[in-house]
Design a protein around this ligand. Sequence first.
Ligand code: SAM
Length: 281
Amino acid sequence: MSQVQGQLYIVATPIGHLDDISQRAIAILRQVSWVAAEDTRHSGKLLSHLGISARFLALHDHNEKQRAASLLQKLQAGEDVALISDAGTPLISDPGYSLVRLCRDAGVRVVPVPGPCALIAALCCAGLPTDKFHFIGFLPAKSGQRQQVLQQIPNNVGTLICYEAARRVKDTLADVVAVFGEERELVLAKELTKTFEHFEHGTAASITAWLEEDPQRCQGEMVLMIAPAAAKADDDIHPAAVQTLKLLLSELPLKKAAALTAEIHGEKKNALYKLGLTWSE
Ligand code: SAM
């Protein structure tokens, strides 16, 4: 008879408040043969707080591919493995993708043990639209690249969510103004589930002013949320769409170029058509 395979559990852990770990997560972490963790010292503290002594294996960005192969062998030999990250849900701006992919391809069962995730905690309390949202993880560290990434995001993706390092947040707010303008509504969610949890709602300028009032406010963990553009006037078209329209117009009639641009960027066809008309006047 063939060996019964182990299961890989993807276990969410707290993003601040230690009580946010689920009963099921605790039970799984107690029962598995191995806990794969980004930083075994950091996760060791959480598990000892929970009274769990586990066998750890380090799985981080730099060793994920090799480590995934050896974890697969353990799973195929019948041992259960739990994957955790330093905080929140593994794989969400955290390691684990190579391992999950390998397990799926090998037919090993991958089981979610859901729980805290900073982007969801931030979004559901921000007061911004939640019906549609787009998560872009961490933006690039350099301003030029950051603006490029922001420019390429179509208008119709709903609330835009990014993780941001405290030391870069003011520069990122300046780039948000450069790409989306001064008026765009934003929410900065800080230190979620921790003592100094705070949601700052406003424009890039008002949030920057709030950050500058107290140097401590530029520290800690942050999620930046950018509201969808308000219902638009005809002339308020995303710069990337304007560029696409210009490019297509060099090859296509206005009607076709406007229709294609509308489809690519989620803009209104009529507004694009009218804009195109102004260029030929
Ligand atoms: N896997 C995690 C999750 O599920 O949210 C995210 C890991 S990512 C490496 C860390 C980033 O998540 C931080 O830089 C910050 O942007 C965000 N983050 C994590 N914990 C947070 C918290 N308590 N408050 C605000 N943002 C947080």
